[in-house]
Design a protein around this ligand. Structure first.
Ligand SMILES: Cc1ncc(COP(=O)(O)O)c(C=O)c1O
Length: 470
């Protein structure tokens, strides 16, 4: 055994910087050796190598739905590793955990889903979507239908197809993306586009961008529309209630497949098994990952509606696609135990009717803080913005300038108070805590966030005073 646990933090940071290229990191900053080292998790808490205990209000990376340290998941994984550590599911081979998990997923998913294709991650799920919908239309003898419409600022993963479906210019710049046949429309962000309109009006307008795009491209060329029920990494953007039903109507009208990327919204985050159930639409395909195993082991999948499976079964021919770890037995048993916990502890119901509304109440109350505006979310997803001056509506608030560094200050102060939140550009802070967060822990989370914000407010005032004197 190595003695890594005994090494001091500075040494570990040095070793990490020497050997480890992190995802989504600026490698110039490697030299500073600043990575935070997380060494332990229990319930909603994690500890770093310096012994600091923090409420993980990001659930790892939007995934630790049942919290850390679940012995029953570890036991299930341990048992399966000894029984059958791996076998593939290619061709016509299978194993007991894959059979049991597929059956369970069919049971808990909306009625149109009776089949699942397993993958290892959300990105692989979305690559599968691209290949599957194009294959479907070929088999339907409508090979012209190849274009997939997605949205600006969406996040659908980091593989070539995932990043192409995503709408982040920073990702498209690297690697010659998007791949052909993927186009983007605007996102349903009321903050960005809703000025002078009611939220409901804006929802219909944002959905109409899809219809306009379909007409522009020609419906005979469009395969599918993909969206996250609530955009997660793009800033926790909850669409107006009119948005998804209208998107559904448009997809139905033009016979276009509707894909819900539920990698964040699935497995209870919005108080339902899948986010589409909370937001009122009926997709043909669902991508899932993260919360299916609460991140204990990587696993993802695509739920495929009967209309697609029936066509592929009738027309025949191999679907030439799959991953070594599609339906990995260890991932499957972790998922089964995770789903059992979600059911047994009645977690979806709590998020929907009890702790979720309480979390949202506390989040909305943050708007009273002099720095905060546009706070809100749904279920156990949320976010808030920092503003220099607040006007009477969100559209009148004045943001900080980049040089104020408000977001970084706030994130660091909130972390120092003991809560992990995520910062995104535009001084927006995001939250996606474990679904097991209790009322008391919610109180504690928001007290600590307020402490961090108070300190930030004072620092920003002090910085502004110093600039005036200079
Ligand atoms: C909505 C959505 N889709 C896909 C992905 C990609 O998942 P993975 O990182 O497991 O490939 C993510 C990751 O955050 C996501 O939020």
């Amino acid at each position: 055994m190595s003695n890594i646990e005994q090494l001091p933090t500075t040494k570990l940071q040095h070793q990490d910087a020497n050997a480890h290229l992190h995802p989504f990191a600026d490698y110039r900053l490697k030299q500073q050796q600043i990575s935070q080292i997380i060494v332990k998790g229990d319930g909603v808490y994690v500890w770093d190598s310096e012994g600091h205990c923090m409420i993980d209000a990001m659930a790892g990376l939007w995934c630790t739905n049942v919290g850390y340290g679940r012995k029953s998941i570890a036991d299930a994984v341990h048992k399966q590793m000894l029984q059958l550590s791996f076998y593939n599911t290619f061709f016509h081979t299978t194993h007991l955990p894959a059979i049991e998990l597929a059956t369970k997923l069919v049971e808990i998913s909306p009625a149109q889903f009776n089949h699942v294709f397993f993958v290892g991650s959300g990105s692989e799920g979305n690559d599968t979507i691209v290949r599957l919908v194009r294959h479907y239309w070929n088999q339907k003898e409508q090979p012209g239908r190849q274009i997939i419409i997605s949205r600006q600022n969406a996040y659908h993963g980091s593989t070539m197809a995932g990043a192409s479906l995503g709408g982040w210019p920073s990702m498209h710049k690297q690697g010659g993306l998007p791949i052909p046949g993927i186009v983007h429309i605007g996102q349903p962000s009321y903050l960005e586009g809703g000025q002078g309109k009611s939220v409901e009006e804006f929802g219909l307008e944002a959905a109409s961008w899809l219809e306009n795009k379909i007409r522009e491209l020609g419906p005979e060329n469009v395969a599918a529309f993909i969206g996250e029920p609530v955009q997660g990494a793009g800033g926790v953007i909850v669409p107006p209630s009119t948005y998804w039903p209208e998107i559904q109507r448009i997809c139905d009208k033009y016979g276009i497949l509707l894909v819900a990327d539920e990698v964040i919204c699935g497995f209870g985050r919005l108080g339902t098994w899948f986010g589409c159930e909370a937001l009122g639409f009926r997709p043909d395909l669902i991508t899932f990952a993260k919360g299916v195993t609460s991140g204990y082991v990587p696993l993802g999948g695509v739920l495929v509606a009967d209309r697609i499976v029936d066509t592929l079964a009738e027309t025949g021919g191999e679907f030439n696609h799959g991953f070594t770890y599609s339906g990995h037995p260890i991932g499957c048993v972790a998922a089964l135990e995770n789903i059992r916990i979600l059911e047994q502890e009645n977690i979806l119901n709590q998020v929907k009717n009890e702790t979720g509304p309480y979390f949202q109440q506390k989040l909305t109350a943050l708007n009273a803080h002099p720095l905060v505006g546009n706070s809100g979310g749904i279920g156990f997803l949320g976010g808030f913005n920092l503003y220099k001056h607040k006007g009477s509506t969100v559209h009148d608030h004045i943001p900080f300038s980049t040089s104020d560094n408000a977001g970084n200050l706030a994130r660091a102060n909130i972390l120092a108070s003991g809560v992990i939140v995520r910062l995104m550009p535009g001084d927006r802070l995001l939250m996606s805590p474990p679904l097991t967060l209790t009322r008391k822990e919610i109180d504690d989370t928001f007290n600590k966030i307020t402490q961090g914000l108070d300190k930030t407010y004072e620092q920003l005032k002090q910085n502004a005073r110093e600039r005036t004197v200079v």
